[in-house]
Design a protein around this ligand. Structure first.
Ligand code: TYD
Length: 199
């Protein structure tokens, strides 16, 4: 079973992910993330921090995803394991649909086509939803200045996420990310236990 965590920067996704690694330690889960594959992850991070060409950045995110699938996700699923990924393909549809504007006449189509035939759709996706203003407030407290972290941009990213929900509502669980981290963690832990026990 493949479970993904998604949300805009500052939505509390990383805190949730970390909490789940502790709370679900008994379940033999493979915890993983995108971007982050050893030989592509560094290039992706460099591309983000240098605010490089959007096509280069998008291609690197896709390459990272391909390595991730080949080396982590696919083997784990074949082994019958539960996989939880901090970010996954929905991040590309949410973020690159914006950054590729002007570089491709239909970024959504490009992203759909580029994943077709080899990517794996998650069974379940938890989407943390938060007013972008609040997300910015949290992120600026952390002193991070990646170019993604601007209010208008995050508003659009979240809009794209919500469009993904409309397209596949049964896959998503929406979470009000203004709740306390503990409340969110309790809820997601319970949901994952219920889902995995039902399988
Ligand atoms: P990361 O540093 O992992 O941030 P976070 O802790 O918020 O997950 O990710 C870096 C940025 O990369 C983040 O702003 C989201 C973005 N991103 C994309 O634009 N496209 C993608 O396909 C992925 C996986 C991430």
């Amino acid at each position: 079973m493949l479970i993904t965590l998604e949300g805009i920067d500052g939505s509390g996704k990383s805190t949730l992910y970390k909490g789940l690694t502790e709370r679900l330690a008994d379940l033999n889960i493979v915890f993983t993330r995108e971007p982050g594959c050893p030989h592509i992850g560094d290039a992706v991070r460099r591309a983000i921090s240098e605010n490089s060409d959007p096509l280069v950045e998008a291609a690197l995110f896709v390459a990272d995803h391909a390595v991730h699938l080949a080396t982590v996700i696919r083997p784990a699923l074949i082994d019958g394991k539960i996989v939880i990924s901090d970010r996954y393909s929905d991040s590309r549809f949410a973020y690159q649909q914006i950054s590729l504007k002007g570089y491709h006449k239909d970024p959504k189509k490009w992203l759909t086509d580029v994943h077709k035939g080899w990517s794996i759709t998650p069974d379940l996706t938890f989407l943390l939803v938060i007013p972008p203003k609040e997300a910015i407030r949290r992120v600026s407290g952390r002193g991070e200045t990646e170019h993604f972290e601007q209010k208008e941009f995050l508003e659009e990213v979240q809009k794209n996420y919500l469009e993904r929900v409309k397209e596949a509502p049964s896959r998503f669980v929406l979470i009000d990310a203004t709740q306390t981290p503990e409340t969110i963690l309790d809820f997601v832990e319970k949901s994952i236990r219920e889902k995995t026990e039902a399988k």
